[in-house]
Every structure is written in C-alpha cells, then in structure tokens.
Design a protein around this ligand. Structure first.
Ligand code: C5P
Length: 222
C-alpha cells in the first residue's frame, strides 16, 4: 500500500487527535500532532519567562528548542530538549496561552517548515488547524472534523475526569469557544475549512464510526 498524506483540521476538542492516532495505527502511518508542537513552545516560553507578545523572542526560542514527537503506548510523547513534557503541555496555563503564541508570523513559519519535514517520504496523519490549507495543501485526503461546542466540552470534561482532573463544564465550554475564536480570527493561516476538505460532524458519532469512515476514505485514495 502507498503512503498518503491525511490532513485533519478542525476546532478545539473535536476528537481530531483521538481519531488521527487510531487511523495512523490502523494504516501503519506516522501520526503528527501539530497542536502539541505549539503547546511545547508555549510551555517552554512560560518556563523561560519569554515575552509571549514578541514574535522575535518566540522565534529565537523556537530555534533553540528541540521538540520531538515520539510514539509511546499507541499514543505520542512530546520531548522538549530531551525531557518528556507530555502532561505539562496539557496544563491550563499552556492551554490558555497557546493561541496567542501560535498567532505569530515567525513562529508559524518555523513550525510549518518542521511539520513539512516530518511528513516527507512516509504515510502521515497530521492534525491541527491549518494542515489542509497551509502546511500540506497537496494532501490526498483532507478532513475538517467538527462537533457541537456542547458535545466538545462534554467530551473534554469526561476525558479530564478519567485523568483524575475535575473541571467545570461551563468553564471548559468558554475556554473552547475563546480558543476557536482566536484561532479562526488570526491573520496568518487561520482555522478554516479547505475548499477540498470533507466535512465530518462527529456530534452523534462514536470514535470507531469516525475512524472507520476515515479509513474507508483513505483506502480509496491509496
Ligand atoms: O490541537 P490542540 O488543541 O492541542 O492545539 C492547541 C493550539 O495550538 C490551538 O488552539 C491553536 O492555537 C494552535 N495550533 C495552530 N495550528 C495548528 C495546530 C495547533 O495554530 N496546526
């Protein structure tokens, strides 16, 4: 079978990474979580006391940061300068600052270069906000995955509960809406459905149903 590129974009907490992981595993492709890369830079910026309003400072920081995504227990571990920060990059502080960091020109330019390099010469499932529109516009399969904001907040709530984190449903909903707004309204490669993407609304679909649908679409293109 040929390796193809599958781009999955969509708003926050739509299930992109859960599905992307499953599809990649099933097809034997590499899974690349681009949100984790922006989160990693944000985490390091907070820790290093870098001004998150400065494109230049963030760009310099990124040039001096090694971000590695490595397969781990069917998922993906995120190493920052050799240290596993997979949990830290999901913190509330990172989540509420990441959209600001991700809106900067130099940051996006450098991230896109890294992401394209990661996708070279292999079958890939990459998820994010601008994969089908900016990072890999020639992707063989583009999915725009969404779900109602109530459903997305509920899923994130349940996910947190499973990890032993108690959260407020209304706060989660507000955080998701704020992040979607920031990501959609930014000037450089905003969150937007590509013209040739397939819209998948997962509101009333199970994880397996969504994964099966994507695999069927992918197989037609291989
Ligand atoms: O996917 P995840 O929710 O972890 O992404 C975190 C944030 O990273 C997004 O809200 C967005 O601001 C940024 N991001 C981006 N472009 C991508 C992936 C993520 O701007 N391709």
């Amino acid at each position: 079978l040929n390796g193809i590129i599958i781009a999955i974009d969509g708003p926050a907490a739509a299930g992109k990474s859960t599905i992307a992981k499953k599809v990649a595993q099933k097809l034997g492709f590499t899974y690349i979580d681009t949100g984790a890369m922006y989160r990693a830079l944000t985490h390091k910026a907070i820790r290093s006391d870098i001004n998150m309003d400065s494109d230049k400072d963030l760009g310099d920081l990124l040039l001096h940061t090694e971000i590695l995504l490595i397969p781990k227990n069917g998922g993906q571990a995120v190493l920052i300068d050799g240290v596993d920060c997979s949990d830290e990059i999901r913190s509330q502080e990172v989540t509420s600052n990441v959209s600001k960091v991700a809106a900067h020109t130099t940051v996006r330019k450098l991230m896109i270069e890294k992401q394209r390099a990661l996708a070279e010469g292999t079958g890939v499932v990459m998820d994010g906000r601008d994969i089908g529109t900016a990072v890999l516009p020639a992707a063989e399969l583009k999915i725009f995955m969404t779900a109602s904001v109530d459903e997305r907040a509920e899923r994130r709530f349940q996910e947190n509960e499973k990890r032993g984190i108690h959260s407020s449903l209304s706060q989660l909903k507000e955080e998701i809406e704020n992040r979607d707004r920031a990501d959609s309204e930014r000037e450089i490669s905003p969150l937007k459905m590509a013209d040739d993407a397939i819209l998948v609304d997962t509101t009333s679909m199970s994880i397996d149903e969504v994964a099966d649908k994507l695999i069927e679409l992918a197989e037609k293109r291989m």
